[in-house]
Write a protein that binds this ligand. Structure first.
Ligand code: FAD
Ligand code: SF4
Length: 519
């Protein structure tokens, strides 16, 4: 063939750069259900099923347009890696040129470049214009800056794109006069709870998905997670329906309660569109435009719309820029020198810490946790005990249906574990169990007490919080952003601090040997 257009499992956009000038008469598309994509780290069964089902739907849609797809299915005789599969396709199809939209992972890019070189076929890599900010744009923005703060990047992009801006060109101001409405967006549900939360729209397995379930159960029998509740969007049409449902029923309450958690309510007012966005079934501009339209129609308040736009135009674009700018070495950063193993209950949910038990059980069931569960429950606990960041990274990459490395790694290594020393977050996100108590009802069902740091019923978050401050005193105590938190530690009497240190050490050792916190 003339061009062999490579479409990876997270590039399922018919308008992608690589597909743009495809000539069905002379070109072919190559897709490959590569076994190494699901096993180089363990992967949740729902994540595997989502990728495979969405890929097959995409292939069917291309073929319906008359495009020929060289598709390597997982249930074929041999299961190749991406590299082996591509080398084989090159041998069979003898393309003059390979065309690829920028992939989302260093490892995949290197593997495909290696195959192209070995086969002596030119590989053309086109910028991924799914993203609003290209890699080159991000690097231009970042060049010469001392700190790469989200807030500065987000404002820059809002101005450049004219999103949520008003007033004459050149002197436009943020709609409502303020850039950041986070202060209005930190509510909890109090004692009365969230009441009736509208159910998000679900997409029960269709024929394609159902056909894949036995394969996933058989081939990945030891993978974590369950397929019983699988109802993720697997096509662009379903992704759009999911977005529309969110905008209609839940966006208005998204802002105020985006940090709140509640037992048995995994989604609350969150959009549940990250997996669809990351597989490129949904365009981020469509999500931003829909939120904007809801604001203009008075169907959602500015705080909710700005909060939502901040996540997509701000955080999502920003972490991608960081991932590519920092390179593969970013994954090995560990400035806090954390070397503990991840407690085994992260893979089972079997622990008597109610917040962790609920958050992990939910991930095993659905492959989903919202931002605060990820950051301030599972992430916070790993940070406080001092788990090796690489292990935390592997767990997040495995367990969430929306996990792809360019977005997962900066969130885990940088934001959650502070392993990059503050490149991404200006200070570590650390808190006692009192934070979780304020933002959820988990502590009401827990045998531990979030106020206590020492003793039989002490909350492990609270004990470990003080111990974390103590262990990292030298690094943070004099830093302007963190000094206040550390000042409280300085006021603690030495007897109490000694007891906390002993309890924290016993807790960490117990977790490493699997003796404590079993449910
Ligand atoms: P909503 O809360 O409704 O937000 C809307 C959208 O904004 C999301 O769909 C997502 O595309 C975007 N968004 C929100 N927060 C972030 C963020 N911090 N970074 C990038 N985009 C964001 N997101 C992933 O897509 N994949 C991951 O593997 C992933 N791993 C994470 C690991 C940790 C430790 C943390 C703290 C966050 C992680 N996030 C990840 C970000 C965020 O938690 C999810 O995007 C969000 O929970 C997805 O659910 P939702 O679609 O209901 O999002
Ligand atoms: Fe989690 Fe501590 Fe609350 Fe228990 S008391 S749910 S361990 S924060």
């Amino acid at each position: 063939c003339r061009h062999l257009v490579l479409v990876l499992g997270d590039q399922l956009d018919a308008g992608a750069a690589a597909l743009r000038d495809l000539d069905p008469a002379r070109d072919r598309v190559w897709m490959c259900e590569a076994v190494d994509e699901s096993t180089h780290v363990p992967s949740h069964k729902a994540r595997i099923l989502l990728f495979l089902s969405a890929m097959r739907h995409f292939r069917d849609a291309l073929e319906a347009e008359g495009i020929r797809v060289h598709y390597r299915a997982l249930d074929a005789e041999a299961d190749p890696s991406l590299a082996v599969g591509l080398a084989e396709a090159i041998r069979i199809l003898r393309p003059e040129r390979l065309i690829l939209t920028e992939p989302g992972e260093h490892r995949v890019l290197a593997a495909l470049q290696g195959v192209a070189e070995a086969g002596a076929v030119p590989l053309e890599i086109r910028p991924d214009d799914h993203f609003i900010c290209s890699r080159a744009d991000f690097d231009r923005w970042a060049a010469g800056r001392k700190g790469l703060r989200l807030e500065h990047f987000y404002r820059h992009l809002r101005k450049r794109e004219g999103i949520l801006m008003e007033g004459p060109e050149g002197a436009a101001q943020p709609v409502g006069g303020q850039w950041n409405l986070d202060q209005e967006n930190r509510k909890s549900f109090g004692r009365q709870g969230p009441g009736m939360v509208p159910e998000p729209i679900g997409f029960p397995p269709d024929a394609v998905t159902r056909g894949l379930i036995p394969l996933v159960e058989r081939r990945f029998a030891n993978a974590p997670g369950s397929l019983e509740r699988f109802d993720w969007p697997v096509t662009a049409v379903q992704a759009r329906e999911a977005l529309d449902e969110f905008i209609r029923n839940r966006l208005a309450a998204f802002g105020p309660w985006q940090d709140a958690m509640w037992t048995g309510e995994p989604y609350l007012y969150h959009a549940r569109i990250s997996a669809a966005l990351n597989l490129k079934l949904l365009d981020p501009r469509a999500a931003i435009d829909a939120a904007n339209a809801a604001l203009e129609a008075n169907q959602a308040p500015l705080a909710s719309v700005e909060g939502f736009v901040r996540q997509i135009l701000g955080w999502r674009e920003y972490v991608r820029g960081i991932y590519w700018r920092e390179g593969p070495a970013y994954l090995d950063l560990n400035v806090l020198e954390a070397h503990r193993p991840l407690p085994s209950f992260y893979w089972t949910g079997k622990t008597d810490y109610a917040c962790l038990g609920a958050s992990i059980a939910q991930v095993l069931e659905q492959g989903y946790g919202h931002h605060i569960q990820r950051l301030m429950v599972t992430g916070l606990f790993a940070l406080l005990i001092g788990v090796e960041p690489r292990e935390v990274h592997a767990w997040y990459l495995a367990m969430f249906v929306d996990a792809v490395e360019w977005v997962e790694a900066p969130n885990v290594i940088g934001m959650s574990q502070f392993a990059d020393g503050g490149l991404l977050a200006s200070k570590p996100y650390v808190a006692t169990g009192q934070y979780i108590n304020r933002m959820s009802n988990y502590c009401r069902h827990c045998r531990y007490d979030p106020k206590e740091s020492v003793g039989e019923t002490a909350c492990p978050f609270t004990t470990l919080y003080w111990d974390f401050l103590d262990r990292h005193r030298d690094r943070f105590a004099n830093h302007p952003r963190t000094a206040l938190q550390w000042r409280n530690l300085a006021r603690m009497d030495s007897e109490r601090l000694g007891a906390i240190r002993r309890q924290a050490a016993a807790l960490r050792d117990g977790l490493a040997t699997g003796e404590s916190a079993r449910g």
